[in-house]
Design a protein around this ligand. Structure first.
Ligand code: IFM
Length: 474
């Protein structure tokens, strides 16, 4: 294991080959603001966050980090931190208001400028096409549970690929379709806030179908842009040791199977050409007969990938439900330190989940497209934030990424979530994931200690790893 105590930066930097991509990630609705600027129309998140009780403190993305107006200085900030790549998302309602019909040139022009500004500053642009901001008109027509939304998405994907594909270094169709379908349509915690299990399953299928159809429209418009999808994956473990052989051992294993099935395999299997896992099809049969899966759909979804994006935050630890009538599975904590989200800090989980994809699915380059932590930051009088816990989280997860590479897993990049504090969906502005602190009253950006540490690591990596010290010292 890398010695992270005595030589945290120079040793860690050696774990990553020279071609490794280091960057940061954001998403449009979480940072842009300017929701009615240049022809943008509302998305499901504008409508959802305006509904009382949906988002903590009634927060919305109306202003967010005001990135739409501050884009040039935000890119300069990334350059100053030495970022090699930036993963952003494109707001569908800016590019194609209403989700269908003609392109809104003014909205698309923002992303055109962003891509050029990034390139001028030596930062590789990576775009995500859908990070949860469905145009409200498409939701009013039925949203993702409706098949037509997949075709609308493929059309929009082609528009973006045609305009930006010549300059993007990576194009990701969907960010975390599990969240879009199961949180958006299943438990209602996310926009559009519906609570309908059958609709959630239909949404998951149409999101994946949209991904597959987008492969065609993207490759037709921009054949050379690396094409992929980002899944949020969770290693799933029983809340008992491997050696446990009590009478309910099988029930623990079944809890793991069910949660792994719906969280991971429901998405990985069809994307890698295996169709939907039959055990999960059985699990959900009382909710839906999956009549929306038509002949040929699974072939479309299995479109070849240039890379798989994996987002990792924590592990699921599960047990058979203590009380009958619940969903059948309980999620437990092991008493490990948690982030402000209540998520256990488990860098080994990153190793485990990526290793599992490497071991069980066809070989494909892997990019860690999100990984990060929310903590309650204390801002000192001089504006600095000594976020030791976030720094340790970042360092320990990067160490796990380095060990994956050492063990032969084809991990090619890491994007820290997030460049800066932003609108954390139903948690509003209360949870801060940024490497850069945002004072929402003034929009002042201040790099936290974690940002400066990451900048030092990237500096050491770029300069052939011989570099010690740096801003924080070794
Ligand atoms: O902020 C989100 C992001 O939009 C998607 N992945 C998880 C992050 C933290 O919750």
């Amino acid at each position: 294991m890398t010695d992270l105590v005595t030589d945290p930066i120079t040793t860690l930097a050696t774990a990553f080959p020279p071609s490794f991509t280091f960057g940061v990630a954001t998403a449009a609705y979480q940072i842009e603001g300017a929701v009615a600027e240049d022809g943008r129309t509302p998305s499901i998140w504008d409508v959802f966050s305006a509904e009382p009780g949906r988002v903590h403190d009634g927060d919305t993305g109306e202003v967010a980090c005001d990135h739409y107006r501050r884009m040039p200085s935000d890119v300069a900030l990334m350059r100053d931190l030495g970022m090699g790549a930036y993963r952003f998302s494109i707001a569908w309602p800016r590019v194609q208001p209403g989700g269908a019909g003609p392109v809104n040139a003014a909205g698309l022009a923002f992303y055109d400028r962003l891509v050029d500004t990034l390139l001028e500053n030596g930062i590789a642009p990576w775009a995500t096409l859908y990070h949860w901001d469905l145009p409200i008109e498409l939701e009013r027509a039925g949203g993702w549970p409706v098949r037509d939304t997949a075709y609308r998405f493929a059309e929009y994907a082609g528009i973006v690929a045609d305009a930006l594909g010549d300059r993007l270094r990576g194009l990701i169709t969907l960010n975390e379709p599990w969240c879009s379908s199961f949180l958006g349509y299943g438990n209602g915690a996310h926009a559009p806030g519906r609570r309908d299990g059958a609709a959630a399953l239909a949404a998951s299928h149409h999101l994946l179908l949209g991904h597959g159809l987008a492969a065609e429209s993207v490759r037709a418009a921009a054949p050379s842009v690396p094409f992929g999808i980002t899944l949020n994956l969770y290693p799933t473990s029983p809340a008992v040791p491997a050696s446990y052989d009590g009478p309910d051992r099988a029930a623990y294993d079944d809890a793991v199977r069910r949660i792994d099935g719906l969280s991971n395999r429901w998405f990985l299997d069809p994307v890698f050409g295996r169709g939907y896992p039959t055990d999960v099809v059985e699990d959900v049969r009382s909710t839906s007969a999956l009549e929306f899966v038509l002949d040929g759909d699974t072939d479309i979804i299995a479109a070849p990938l240039d890379f798989l994006g994996i987002n990792y935050y924590t592990r699921h630890v599960v047990a058979p439900a203590a009380y009958p009538g619940s969903s059948g599975v309980d999620f437990l904590s092991r008493g490990l330190p948690v982030t402000a989200m209540g998520w256990e800090v488990d860098p080994e989980g990153l190793y485990d989940v990526v290793r599992r994809v490497h071991d069980e699915y066809p070989a494909v380059p892997i990019f860690l497209t999100e990984n990060g932590s929310a903590y309650v930051d204390v801002v000192e009088d001089d504006g600095t934030v000594h976020d030791a816990e976030r720094l340790a989280y970042l360092r320990d997860h990067l160490d796990a990424a380095g060990r994956l590479i050492a063990d032969g897993v084809d991990v090619r990049g890491y994007f820290a979530w997030s460049l800066m504090d932003n609108f954390e969906w139903a948690y509003g502005y209360e949870k801060r994931f940024g490497l850069v602190h945002v004072d929402y009253a003034t929009q002042r950006r201040t790099p936290k200690a974690s940002a400066r540490w990451y900048a030092n690591l990237l500096d050491a990596h770029r300069s052939g790893m011989g570099h010690g010290g740096g801003i924080l010292g070794a």
